[in-house]
Design a protein around this ligand. Structure first.
Ligand code: GCO
Length: 457
């Protein structure tokens, strides 16, 4: 095993994907419908009108994809399980075909020497559970625990690391407040109940997995913590910054790390809800020992005082804040490129949760890739993005942050949610007509880094 200078022995070098974004095969082997199948049918919901019906067809090509990962030398692969393949209606007996797909995938990874890192929920809620109220409905958290128990029994000790919920901020607030992700609801009060029930699902799910596999089973959660900076030290800017931080970060971090919601989280949202959806014992349930905390990082922004314009946004209780990004180079998502933000975020999180190993569970960039005359995608901008951000992780480690893995987002070009197939995050190009995979320069660069051959390393 090689070690990349500046990174600890055993560090996981991986890539990440999610089920709805790559699998396709939405009607295959009895898979049920998810909220994303429905959302994609809503006119105007997806910028280019695309959907995940075929995506990268990974469901049929997973062997080829694992072979690609082996070739790149990855030591870890983070993927998600499509809940509707396991329980088409979100409840009841599991479907053998769904379990079998993930079981085969895991075996294939293990044969290739790649550690499987599973995410149980990456947003593809069974539509039947949404029809029963979705995440604002408390019962959804209990359904999630049942599903987690099924997966723990099926995949067992073959999994290196379980993660429960991916980016609950997006699921709760893009899905139920801003309405730009499935299920497309714009109900800020309900979105706060959704956030609490996603937290509860993490706690109940963790208990369910450890109930099957034992208390030592590695279980964590994945958050897209927002690396925010106040626009100025003007009190109005600091007030807006504080509220955005409260509903962007603290609402997820404090319950899981400390078993409480902060006063500011509650007071900032007091006009929307009285928080009566929090029941006795919930915070203890959410506050399970974390084996790791996953951080997804892309960009930074500054926050100051502004004026609510009445349009739905994903910051319930802080709808009036102004969000500004620094000028300078941007990705195709129009996100700023700020590697220092990743160092700051890792160090800040490490200070808040000193005993918990951290992983960068997603980091990467979309650019408008153009093939060279040789048919290869010379994605120099993406290489530069990875180079600077991996250096930023190294800097955080050197300053004491306990980072134990890094996962490039993403292995493959894929269905980028509301942005459809137009935004490409892969280190491997996917031709959506032929489904042919072609590693981009960034994949070769990452391969060399992992092999310890990078000039940079
Ligand atoms: C996530 C992410 C991914 C996105 C990526 C680029 O939640 O894990 O949203 O699914 O594709 O972050 O936007």
């Amino acid at each position: 095993m090689t070690t990349v200078p500046g990174f600890p022995q055993g560090f996981l070098w991986g890539a990440a994907t999610s089920a709805y974004q790559i699998e396709g095969a939405v009607d295959t082997d009895g898979r049920g419908r998810s909220v994303w199948d429905s959302f994609c049918e809503r006119p105007g919901a997806i910028i280019d009108g695309s959907d995940g019906r075929i995506a990268a067809d990974h469901y049929h090509r997973y062997r080829e994809d694992v072979a690609l990962m082996r070739d790149l030398g990855l030591s870890g692969y983070r993927f998600s399980v499509a809940w509707p393949r396991i329980q088409p209606d979100g409840t009841g007996a599991p479907r053998a075909a769904g379990l079998d797909f993930y079981s085969r995938l895991v075996d294939e990874l293990l044969d290739a020497g790649i550690a499987p890192v599973v995410t149980l929920y990456h947003w593809d809620l069974p539509q039947a559970l949404e029809d029963a109220g979705g995440w604002p409905n408390r019962d959804t958290a209990y359904r999630f625990a049942e599903y987690a128990q099924i997966m723990a029994a099926a995949l067992g000790d073959r999994i290196r690391l379980w993660t429960t919920i991916n980016e609950p901020w997006c699921a709760a607030f893009l899905g139920y407040a801003a309405g730009i992700h499935a299920p497309g609801r714009t109900e800020p009060a309900a979105s706060l109940a959704a956030a609490h029930h996603l937290n509860l699902a993490h706690g109940l799910g963790t208990q369910a997995i450890r109930g099957v596999l034992g208390n030592a089973t590695p279980v964590g959660e994945v958050l897209n913590l927002h690396q925010l900076y106040p626009l100025s030290d003007d009190p109005a800017d600091l007030d807006a910054f504080g509220r955005v931080n409260a509903v962007g970060n603290d609402i997820f971090l404090n319950p899981v790390l400390e078993g409480r919601y902060t006063d500011l989280t509650v007071s900032a949202t007091a006009e929307l809800t009285d928080w009566s959806f929090v029941r006795d014992g919930d915070l203890t349930t959410i506050h399970q020992p974390l084996s790791m905390l996953g951080i997804n990082y892309y960009a930074t922004h500054k926050v100051g005082a502004g004026v609510a314009d009445g349009s739905p946004n994903p910051w319930p209780g802080a709808e009036d804040a102004r969000h500004v990004t620094d000028p300078g180079p941007r990705t195709a998502m129009d996100w700023n490129i700020d590697p220092q933000g990743l160092t700051d975020l890792l160090l800040g999180t490490a200070r808040r949760a000193p005993a918990i190993p951290l992983m960068v569970t997603e980091n990467g960039a979309a650019f408008d890739d153009v093939a060279g005359a040789d048919g290869v995608f010379h994605d120099a901008a993406r290489v530069a993005y990875y180079d600077s951000h991996i250096a930023a992780v190294r800097a955080a480690i050197e300053a004491g942050a306990p980072v134990t893995g890094y996962f490039a987002w993403s292995l493959l070009d894929n269905f980028e949610w509301a942005e459809g197939c137009a935004k490409r995050f892969g280190i491997v190009h996917v031709d959506y007509d032929t489904l042919v995979r072609t590693p981009k320069d960034s994949a070769r660069w990452y391969q060399a880094l992992i092999a310890g051959q990078s000039s940079d390393g």
